[in-house]
Design a protein around this ligand. Structure first.
Ligand code: ATP
Length: 370
């Protein structure tokens, strides 16, 4: 269905007054791909999407659909479908009329409008609700109408800006599957903005992680999950344990780091020299609790807080030297318990520390403030 084989963003930048919201975004999107733009609030995700949509002019750079430059075109001439956080449905029009609206505006023949509308209704499973007004629908159903309206004219690209953020947790999961199903069955090309890393990992073929308007990493869900490019991306991808420490030895892609007096061995990402500051990143689920006599990266700790999370417990424990550890375990541990921890060196990533590694948040995570 896509009317192009590649969409290319070339140095796309946007400033507001003196402030850069997006700086030199380079990205090539292949037809049929599902791309997620991911990052914390204010990192420039919506700015990037709005530049693509044509709702915001670029301050530098260009956007190309194959050989055709499109950043100079107004939004309606780009022919992209858009779904936003707020559904923005016409309250006085029925579901059917809302979905057909775009086709009517494009003056498609009546019969084709009817056929395509019915097909879109079926795709988003709203057959039983076509004659209702938006006010008579649940949030999830309204968002389905918004999605149907965006895909009904078979756009070459669908842009979605946090489309699920107004829905409750259960509906969000259902709609996530729905969006992926639609993307596949219609052969859409989709760019999807979210701050939810789990949502991005489960939906996208490739993720673009932004921070302060700059790309930090572009990669597959697996790459982002197992090998974040820097500690900021690691932080964002669920590596809740971020410990600052001095580098001891470096041996190829292995290094020892000493946060709060613990000597830990891990995998180096980037380049490091002995004696410099590093940030160690470990996921809570990669901390082993009372495992078989593991001697590498072993620590003793006291459990401080335990949260019940179904099959697993999420807990915070503090080592004898004061390092705060976030962990997940199936063991039944309780506050006050003494536990033995171990971390597989392959699951312990060591990053060069940058100036922002001196922030209070990281110091706190390292337990250095207590
Ligand atoms: P969120 O998840 O909170 O929506 P975001 O990653 O989508 O955040 P953007 O909305 O793209 O972030 O904003 C990026 C930066 O640009 C922010 O610092 C924001 O304050 C700034 N910004 C965005 N729109 C405007 C505007 N119209 N005028 C001035 N500054 C803006």
């Amino acid at each position: 269905m896509s009317a192009f084989s590649q969409l290319r963003l070339d140095g796309v930048s946007r400033r507001f007054g003196g402030q850069a919201a997006l700086t030199e975004l380079d990205l090539t999107i292949e037809a049929g791909e599902f791309i997620a733009l991911l990052g914390p609030s204010g990192c420039g995700k919506s700015t990037a999407l709005n530049c693509l949509a044509g709702l915001l002019p670029l301050t530098a750079g260009s956007i190309w659909q194959d050989e055709r430059r499109i950043d100079t075109l107004p939004p309606e001439r780009r022919g992209f479908g858009m779904v936003f956080q707020s559904y923005a449905l016409f309250p006085h029009l029925t579901v059917r009329a809302n979905i057909a609206f775009g086709l009517r505006m494009r003056r498609l023949p009546k019969e084709e409008t009817r056929r395509r509308t019915e097909e879109a209704v079926r795709l988003v499973r709203l057959e039983d609700h076509v004659d209702k007004l938006p006010g008579q629908l649940s949030g999830g159903q309204q968002q389905r109408v918004a999605i149907a309206r965006a895909v009904v004219f078979e756009p070459s690209l669908v842009l979605m800006d946090e489309p699920l953020s107004n829905l409750d947790a259960k509906l969000r999961l259902e709609m996530r599957t729905e969006i992926r199903r639609l993307h596949q069955s219609l052969g859409l090309t989709t760019v999807y903005v979210t701050h939810d890393q789990e949502e991005a990992l489960s939906l996208a073929d490739r993720l673009v992680v932004l921070r302060e308007g700059r790309v930090q990493q572009i990669g597959s869900p697996r790459e982002l999950h197992t090998r974040p490019a820097n500690w900021h991306v690691a932080d964002f991808m669920g590596y809740r344990n971020l410990w600052r420490g001095r580098v001891g030895q470096v041996d190829g892609d292995r290094a020892t780091v000493e946060p709060s007096g613990h000597r830990l061995l891990g995998e180096v990402v980037g380049s490091l020299r002995p004696g410099v500051d590093a940030v160690v990143a470990v996921r809570p689920e990669d901390i082993r609790v009372d495992g078989p006599a593991e001697t590498r990266n072993a620590m003793s700790a006291t459990v401080e807080v335990v949260e019940y999370q179904g099959r697993e417990l999420a807990a915070e424990a503090r080592t004898d030297t004061g390092l705060l550890v976030h962990l997940r375990t199936e063991h039944r541990i309780a506050p006050g318990d003494e536990i033995k921890l171990a971390i597989d060196p392959q699951r312990l990533l060591v990053y060069p520390a940058d100036a922002s590694a001196q922030t209070d948040r990281l110091a706190d995570a390292a337990g250095a403030t207590r």
